[in-house]
Design a binder for this molecule. Structure first.
Ligand code: BMA
Length: 364
């Protein structure tokens, strides 16, 4: 914390090497952070609403509000957004964030020196339900080549690509962003989940998405994040890996839950995250990839010392580029994963912010 994101490494044409692309520079910057022993902190939807304020409150403003900044004085280094709804041409996403506002927030965060990551909870193209509609195991097959929904699905990809391609900086260049489609796919709670399609079909879905975005649409500055859910081992983790050519970062989504005793649940969460990051570290080394904790959190943060006593010890000894906690919903008071002014964990989050390994964004 307390300093700008690491300076970009020099680019250019020295020694006949090809010039670095914006993606190369972003990858280099992430490696730089890892080598410096830093973990970037990220928060979903940080700039577009928070625990005490709504999307409408920032619709026309310079996007300076942030629960994280209100508590620590700094923005998160990484901000996440979700594309759910873009596929149908909706004006706002599944959580009510207008795509125009999301675009402005993404570009603003990039221009402040931060990193932007996109997840996607698209509707179910076969049943018309939402991403969580698992009533049919024929959905992935239906969108692949030869499937009855293939043409329609290509339109969905077109709309997502149009949005990602519309994220341009002041000079008109498309900004490099992280994209993390088809996440939490070993478990079976999304239509692309483990029991809903074969390994091959999942890989084909990922590759279709990658191929369309890069080869067809020229969106070559996207950093691709592969993020299965937690609670699995390395074999399951890799069982649906679409290939080194279409993945840049190995992620995992791991949430803390509590059923019985809080301290026991926390101890097993720490153990689980350490187990995940240990095998991912070997895989990342073997496959020459970055790694991250792509989603985490404890809904409602029932333990006011969760940040320094649970999350920090779980991650501090691993070379993860970033950790992202989920959103602070404005319309569901108990659905928050980051502090807000007056939340019980605010002091502890300030200690997490001040800790040696965490890194936030200093406004330039
Ligand atoms: C889930 C919840 C939902 C939300 C979805 C997509 O984890 O936060 O309320 O709609 O993510 O953002």
């Amino acid at each position: 914390m307390g300093m700008a994101l690491l300076a970009l490494s020099a680019c250019g044409n020295k020694n006949g090497k090809p010039a670095q692309t914006p993606k190369d520079r972003t990858v280099a910057r992430l490696y730089g952070g890892v080598e410096a022993g830093k973990i970037l902190y990220g928060h979903q939807d940080d700039l577009v609403y928070g625990h005490t304020w709504k999307v409408e409150d920032v619709a026309g403003d310079p996007l300076e509000r942030s629960d994280v900044k209100a508590v620590t004085g700094e923005y998160p280094a990484v901000v996440g957004f979700d594309l759910g709804g873009i596929e149908l041409g909706w004006e706002a996403n599944l959580d009510g964030v207008p795509f125009d506002l999301m675009r402005r927030a993404a570009v603003t965060h990039h221009e402040r020196g931060g990193l932007v990551t996109f997840s996607w909870h698209p509707r179910n193209p076969l049943t018309g339900g939402d991403a969580w509609d698992i009533s049919s195991d024929a959905v992935v097959a239906s969108v692949l080549e030869g499937g009855e929904k293939h043409q329609e699905f290509m339109e969905w990809l077109r709309r997502a690509a149009d949005f990602l391609g519309s994220l341009k900086d002041k000079d008109g260049n498309v900004i490099p962003v992280l994209f993390r489609p088809w996440h939490e796919h070993i478990g079976s709670w999304f239509w692309w989940g483990g029991k809903l399609c074969t390994e091959q079909q999942y890989k084909d879905l990922f590759r279709l998405t990658y191929g369309y975005m890069t080869a067809t649409r020229g969106l070559t500055d996207i950093l691709w994040v592969y993020s299965p859910n937690s609670g699995i081992g390395p074999d399951e983790y890799m069982s649906r890996y679409p290939g080194d050519e279409c993945v840049d970062i190995l992620g995992i989504d791991a949430y803390q839950y509590v059923g019985g005793d809080l301290k026991e649940a926390e101890a097993s969460f720490i153990e689980e995250v350490r187990r995940d990051l240990t095998f991912m570290n070997s895989l990342a080394t073997e496959h020459h990839k970055l790694m991250c904790l792509s989603e985490t959190g404890f809904e409602g943060i029932p333990d006011p010392t969760w940040w320094t006593e649970v999350l920090y010890p779980a991650i501090e000894s691993f070379p993860i580029a970033y950790v992202l906690t989920w959103r602070n919903a404005h319309d569901k008071p108990g659905h928050f994963y980051a502090p807000w002014p007056g939340s019980a964990d605010a002091d502890d989050f300030r200690a997490f912010h001040a800790a040696e390994k965490t890194h936030f964004l200093t406004k330039q």
